[in-house]
Design a protein around this ligand. Structure first.
Ligand code: ATP
Ligand code: RIB
Length: 303
């Protein structure tokens, strides 16, 4: 595959339990509707882009277990090229324990499993794939050194790099300097912009600070409030369409990124791609599961 979206990232199995309210430390609550679902930020973003018609290839690792075999089959069934999805012997597939409350909000604890074993040799084996991409997409559920290596390959080849800096962590300056499109949520933007604790967050100011670190385009996602977009000649808040009913926000950011990537790959400009991503993400929160709510092309239409 060349000219499409190449995603490097995590594959998880999501163990999801719904409960009326999220438990406090030391508290036990009753849950319901336990489900085992496909997840992982990398896999989710790949699925979101593929469902909207983009050619997608994936680079990552699963364990040599039933979860890993299922995850591989799920990605393949979505039409994603899994040539560079590695099965790591003797290691479990990544797991995300997810609690979702009655308002659709979640909290998540991760066990990286095989995701932690992705290495630079595997990335080197996929170098030609990365160098031929229209857009390279990555997140931070894979080892930072490996993400950094892959970003350097894409950047050196002139391939635009989209980084979703999730889960939140501080990053070396050279990583941000090679990123073209940074898509953090509010928490991640606050960490990267060294936003002072206790000070009200201002997405416009944070986006400006982040642009000064390298990325020409910064899109801060703001949940139900939409997103703030800052780029050359563009700085504005873009509201999200109102969701009819919020069932589960898990994967909303992943849907946004996958839809944005698909739209850009198809030639949409920044504003149209962000609008498309908002439509996709606001729809995704009305349905359960990280990928369960992701729309398909026949539902969402063209960017
Ligand atoms: P997650 O980690 O759960 O995938 P996130 O924190 O990365 O999500 P958010 O900023 O919460 O990302 O949401 C991403 C996008 O999803 C928003 O920009 C918006 O388009 C859409 N979205 C999220 N929550 C809602 C909501 N309650 N109503 C409508 N749209 C929403
Ligand atoms: O962004 C949502 C994802 O984060 C979930 O699917 C879970 O696997 C965690 O990685």
């Amino acid at each position: 595959m060349s000219g499409g979206v190449v995603v490097l990232g995590s594959v998880n199995v999501d163990l999801v339990l719904r409960c009326a309210a999220l438990p406090q430390p030391g508290q036990t609550v009753h849950g319901q509707d336990f489900q085992t679902l496909p997840g992982g930020k990398g896999a989710n973003q790949a699925v979101a882009a593929a469902r909207l018609g983009a050619p997608v290839a994936f680079i990552g690792c699963v364990g040599d277990d039933d979860f890993g075999r299922t995850a591989r089959a799920v990605l393949a069934a979505e039409g994603i090229d899994t040539t560079h999805l590695h099965t790591m012997a003797g290691t479990p597939t990544g797991v995300a324990m997810i609690l979702v409350d009655g308002a659709g909000q979640n909290c998540i604890a991760l066990a990286a499993g095989a995701n932690a074993l992705l290495d630079t040799a595997q990335v080197d084996a996929a170098a030609a794939l990365i160098e031929g991409a229209a857009l390279f997409v990555c997140q931070l559920e894979s080892p930072l050194a490996v993400v950094r290596h892959a970003i350097a390959i894409a950047h050196a080849a002139g391939v635009p790099v989209l980084l979703n800096p999730a889960p939140a962590q501080a990053l070396p300056a050279d990583v941000l300097a090679q990123v073209d499109v940074l898509v953090p949520n509010e928490t991640e933007a606050a960490v990267l912009a060294a936003w002072p604790d206790g000070t009200p967050f201002d997405a416009a100011v944070a986006a400006g600070r982040l642009r000064a670190l390298g990325p020409r385009t910064v899109i801060v996602t703001l949940g139900a409030d939409g997103a703030y977009v800052a780029a050359d000649g563009l700085a504005r808040h873009v509201p999200a369409p109102t969701a009819a009913r919020v069932v589960d926000t898990t994967g909303a950011g992943d849907t946004f990124i996958g839809a944005y990537a698909a739209a850009r790959c198809e030639g949409a400009d920044l504003a149209r791609a962000v609008a498309y991503a908002q439509r996709a993400a606001s729809l995704s929160v009305t349905r359960a599961g990280a990928t369960g709510g992701m729309p398909r092309r026949d539902e969402l239409g063209s960017p």
